[in-house]
Design a protein around this ligand. Structure first.
Ligand SMILES: *[C@@H]1O[C@H](CO)[C@@H](O)[C@H](O)[C@H]1NC(C)=O
Ligand SMILES: *[C@@H]1O[C@H](CO)[C@@H](O)[C@H](O)[C@H]1NC(C)=O
Ligand SMILES: *[C@@H]1O[C@H](CO)[C@@H](O)[C@H](O)[C@H]1NC(C)=O
Ligand SMILES: *[C@@H]1O[C@H](CO)[C@@H](O)[C@H](O)[C@H]1NC(C)=O
Ligand SMILES: *[C@@H]1O[C@H](CO)[C@@H](O)[C@H](O)[C@H]1NC(C)=O
Ligand SMILES: *[C@@H]1O[C@H](CO)[C@@H](O)[C@H](O)[C@H]1NC(C)=O
Length: 697
């Protein structure tokens, strides 16, 4: 049973478990336990995983929906301990004891048929839940539960096909109206897809009808191409998924991420992986250049076939900054995530995907799976993780890599690479670039989820050799705040046996939950029977005591908000126009906007969204209400913007929070200080150098 539980893990198969070490140092933010062993039989070590968060608790407080073996207070004569069940636990942050916790069984098997319920998702208010029913021997079906009625709908039923047609991974819109999932069940969409050929389907009528997201023109029932891992936006208007369909400009070997739009059923390719795939011929040529063909022949590396798929070499040369990416791990290992309004799609890959960087940022290698964020409105893909900055050289230098990786080197990584210390690594392996100081095996990101409001991303990471606190292979939970670029490390076990993984995040981004190998309440390892833990972050603005979200010392410093602002009480003083100049190529950005090829108003919408974002960033940097930074329509002629000369003029207007003259002084001071809020905000980090914001006379 315990081994089966582990098989739920997707995408971290590379982890290697070493003997536990006793030295660890725990430093985590306000961690609370969500899932527990049975109260009446604590000896039964239960395993819990795959948590999602809704706001269905008292006064909209956080509740957690997850899979666990636990029975809590249910009779073990009715519910077998071994069968995974779907539970919802509420009240986790409502006090310091566990007395206030409520546990509700959403689905469990009381028929004695060894049916397991796994991989749940929940609507925002918790009234709808989808999950998989695993009924041996037939396989996985998708079910949809409504509360309070308790009515349970089978969206699919594998027993109808004798178990041949299974389903995977349901994802539910926050408003509970739409479910998407992967299936090879041809009967749902009335097509003739092959057995085992997964496609994402969409239902907005509780399973009465289904739409296949890959449009017919790109669909082929027999070519083995699939679409998988759908994630749906808040009201079902958009779905992101991964697919290897034959599509214009798509990689022929790597799966790409696509965005589907409900209104017209069009798809837009989010990623651009084509031409970035690891090239074995190039790697072989590179080795000849470095060592000479005679040496390669001597070491049984005479032809490029001896390099396998050359992933090891691409990986090592990418880490060394000699290739811009490894190009072996595409997007498909883990689902992307999508914000409620569909504006943001976050995905992971070791193909370079960033299309724009902050002006002060230098390139970073993409040797490992990194996290990227596509902004569908601005047409920008940002990097959210990095491997250190370089200027042509090796960012993570060899000593750093050696220290991070060799001391705790696993004997295999990612399916069989040989790594070892300086004395143990053979000459052949050194030439193959597979020794622990050559080939990277740190984890910038494993899985991610973006919050519904699109402002926060939670992900798991071993933090890599560029940090002081990372331990190779030790996944910790990290929170990233998109508008301000603030990164907050939530867990810190500093022990590679104690992973914190598969994080989820609440709609507002302030609650995160994850599966853990470590019990934060007892400070003991629970590596075989994991539990769910959660953390509530204080997100607020400390920069103005009159802000409605004022917090003297928040965990995450966010933009100030001002409710019930009375602009009539604004102070004296003149209004001022301030012009900002930003980097970037307007034509490239516009071309990358989602569905720009089909929408006639796409350029205008891009322009409006761009100016609005600069306005938000400037108001946030100054800690003033957005209303005091006004868009000057007649000064915004996006058509005369040229590459690296994007001019945005904003009006600083009278407001009760800050004098206009102070706003002007402060924005210029922030421009001169490259650590300021202005230079770290979402879009203004692309301001142009030597172009101080210009004030009108
Ligand atoms: C819910 O909100 C009401 C009104 O603000 C308050 O009186 C009550 O104590 C709250 N309950 C909980 C459990 O927070
Ligand atoms: C579908 O795929 C098969 C197998 O690759 C191929 O022979 C066939 O031509 C394809 N059909 C269409 C319509 O593209
Ligand atoms: C791979 O590299 C070789 C040698 O540099 C080059 O000739 C070839 O075009 C490359 N292949 C691809 C698909 O880029
Ligand atoms: C993106 O990469 C750059 C290096 O090119 C790095 O400085 C920056 O911090 C990264 N961005 C994020 C959000 O991590
Ligand atoms: C290097 O690895 C070999 C083989 O695992 C081991 O016997 C040896 O003790 C290691 N040397 C050092 C310095 O760690
Ligand atoms: C761009 O357009 C604005 C408004 O039409 C105009 O004032 C400005 O001079 C133009 N800038 C350039 C560089 O052409």
């Amino acid at each position: 049973m315990k081994m089966l539980a582990k098989s739920f893990l997707v995408g971290i198969a590379a982890l290697v478990v070493l003997p536990a070490s006793s030295a660890f140092d725990i430093n985590a933010i306000n961690v609370k336990q969500v899932s527990f062993n049975d109260q009446n039989d604590p000896e039964l070590d239960s395993d819990a995983r795959d948590v999602k968060i809704n706001a269905g608790g008292v006064n909209g407080s956080d509740c957690f929906v997850y899979t666990s073996q636990a029975n809590y207070d249910l009779p073990s004569s009715t519910y077998s301990f071994d069968d995974f069940k779907i539970w919802e636990t509420c009240g986790v942050f409502d006090g310091d004891s566990t007395d206030q916790l409520t546990n509700e069984l959403l689905r469990g098997d009381n028929t004695g048929s060894e049916i397991r319920y796994v991989f749940a998702d929940t609507s925002g208010d918790g009234s709808t839940t989808c999950f998989l029913e695993d009924a041996p021997p037939t396989g996985f079906s998708v079910e949809l539960l409504s509360r309070p009625s308790g009515s349970n709908t089978d969206l699919t039923d594998t027993s109808l096909s004798g178990g041949a047609r299974s389903s995977r991974r349901c994802d539910l819109s926050r408003d509970g109206t739409v479910v998407v999932f992967d299936t090879d069940d041809a009967s749902l969409t009335d097509d003739d897809r092959a057995n085992n050929q997964e496609h994402v389907v969409y239902t907005q009528d509780d399973g009465n009808s289904f739409i296949r997201l890959v449009p017919d023109e790109f669909y082929n029932a027999t070519d083995g191409k699939e679409s998988i891992s759908g994630v749906v936006s808040g009201d079902g208007s958009y779905v992101a998924f991964h697919s290897n369909i034959i599509y214009p400009d798509a990689s022929l070997t790597a799966s790409e991420t696509y965005l589907w739009r409900e209104s017209d059923k069009n798809i837009h390719k989010v990623t651009n992986l084509k031409g970035k795939e690891c090239n074995r011929t190039l790697m072989f040529d590179t080795l000849i250049g470095l060592y000479g063909i005679d040496k390669l022949i001597e070491q049984d590396l005479a032809t490029e076939l001896r390099l396998g798929n050359a992933g090891t070499q691409c990986n090592a040369f990418a880490a060394a900054g000699e290739l811009s990416q490894t190009g072996t791990i595409d997007v498909k290992d883990n689902p992307a995530s999508i914000s409620d309004d569909g504006r943001f799609v976050a995905f992971t890959t070791n193909f370079e995907s960033a299309t724009l960087r902050g002006t002060l940022e230098r390139p970073t290698p993409v040797s490992q799976r990194n996290l990227f964020l596509f902004d569908t409105k601005l047409g920008i893909t940002w990097n959210i993780t990095d491997e250190g900055e370089s200027e042509g050289g090796m960012p993570v230098d060899e000593p750093k890599l050696e220290q991070f990786q060799c001391l705790t080197a696993p004997t295999s990584f990612g399916g069989g690479a040989i790594v070892a210390n300086r004395t143990a690594c053979s000459e052949r392996n050194q030439i193959r670039q597979s020794c622990c100081w050559q080939r990277p095996f740190f984890l910038p990101v494993v899985t991610n989820r973006i919050s519904g409001n699109g402002e926060s991303i939670v992900y798991s990471s071993d933090l890599g050799p560029i940090t002081d606190t990372g331990i190779q292979g030790d996944q910790e939970i990290v929170h990233y705040h998109v508008p301000t670029g603030i990164r907050t490390q939530i867990t810190d076990t500093r022990n590679r046996d104690y992973d914190d993984f598969f994080p989820s995040i609440s709609q507002m981004g302030d609650a995160v939950a994850w599966t853990s190998d470590f019990d934060y309440t007892t400070n003991e390892p629970i590596t075989l029977t994991n539990q769910i833990f959660a953390s509530k972050l204080i997100m607020g603005c400390s920069r103005d005591t009159t802000a409605s979200n004022f917090e003297a010392s928040p965990d995450v410093e966010v933009c100030c908000e001002f409710d019930n602002l009375n602009l009539d009480t604004a102070g004296k003083g003149k209004v001022k126009e301030v012009t900002f100049v930003l980097m970037g190529d307007p034509d490239t950005l516009k071309a990358h906007v989602a569905f720009s090829d089909v929408d006639s108003d796409s350029d205008e919408k891009w322009c409006a969204a761009y100016v609005e974002q600069v306005r938000n960033d400037v108001a946030c940097s100054l800690a003033v209400p957005k209303e005091s930074v006004v868009i000057v329509d007649d000064a915004t002629d996006c058509n005369n913007w040229t590459k690296d000369q994007i001019e945005v003029t904003l009006l600083f207007s009278k407001n009760p929070i800050k004098k206009v003259s102070d706003m002007c002084t402060e924005i210029q001071l922030q421009y001169d200080d490259t650590n300021s809020k202005l230079w770290t905000s979402y879009l203004t980090k692309t301001l142009k150098l030597d172009n101080k914001p210009k004030l009108s006379e």
